[in-house]
Design a binder for this molecule. Structure first.
Ligand SMILES: Nc1nc2c(ncn2[C@@H]2O[C@H](COP(=O)(O)OP(=O)(O)OP(=O)(O)O)[C@@H](O)[C@H]2O)c(=O)[nH]1
Length: 203
């Protein structure tokens, strides 16, 4: 099998949350640890892109700083692709606690046919922080950053993209859960509710 790496972004300002959301604790683990551990058990390498915060408590993690500062998550993706040695790279945000291995594998099955982006569609939006990106996008992403096109999806239209439709995904995953992310303090309460519902179902 060809090598696959993951890029975990944790260099955001968490301004809507009002405190570093990567360090939110859920059931005794920080959000970044929860996601890092899942990625680490699936991918060959996990490259964590952060700036001001210390994540040395992530054992053995490869920590990198944005190569281009203050340009948002697009620069984080650029940095991850720059350091990566795999063609396909899964991009994860630090605020999505319910991403899981089956999802990584499912999207991975589309990593061929010269696709440069493999991304899910949910409620008519594309999910850029739970998608695969090909390393050959590096130059195009750099150009977009230089032109100040900083939206994470700024280069999608110029790329060979595979969109996985919601109806296909819904056959395999609970999409409300998979794409759930924490932006505001009340989202932490929602995350805890989802978790206790899951453990209730298991018991
Ligand atoms: N490396 C890096 N990651 C970033 C940067 N900006 C955002 N991220 C990450 O990108 C992901 C999505 O971030 P958002 O929630 O859109 O932005 P945020 O800055 O964390 O939060 P808000 O300030 O509330 O928008 C998170 O994992 C962030 O940590 C950046 O400039 N560099």
């Amino acid at each position: 099998m060809t090598k696959k790496n993951a890029i975990l972004l944790a260099g955001g300002e968490s301004s809507r949350y009002g405190g570093n959301k990567a360090l939110i604790e859920i059931k005794g683990k920080t959000l970044i640890e929860i996601i890092y551990n899942k990625l680490n058990s699936h991918f060959d390498r996990v490259i964590v892109i952060a700036n001001d915060y210390e994540y040395n408590f992530l054992k053995g993690a490869e920590l990198r700083e944005d190569l281009i500062k203050d340009k948002g998550p697009l620069a984080g993706l650029y940095t991850g692709l720059y350091y990566s040695d795999s063609e396909y790279n899964f991009l994860a945000a630090c605020d999505m606690p319910f991403l899981r291995q089956e999802y990584f594998s499912f999207l991975e099955s589309y990593c061929h046919n010269n696709y440069q982006i493999i991304v899910s569609e949910y409620r008519e939006f594309l999910e850029p922080f739970a998608a695969y990106y090909h390393k050959d996008l590096l130059a195009l992403i750099k150009k977009n950053i230089e032109n100040n096109n900083l939206r994470i999806k700024s280069f999608y239209k110029q790329s060979n993209i595979k969109i996985i439709k919601e109806n296909i995904l819904a056959e395999h995953f609970d999409l409300n859960e998979i794409f759930f992310n924490i932006n505001y303090p009340e989202d932490k309460i929602k995350a805890k509710k989802i978790l206790s519902f899951k453990s209730f179902k298991k018991s």
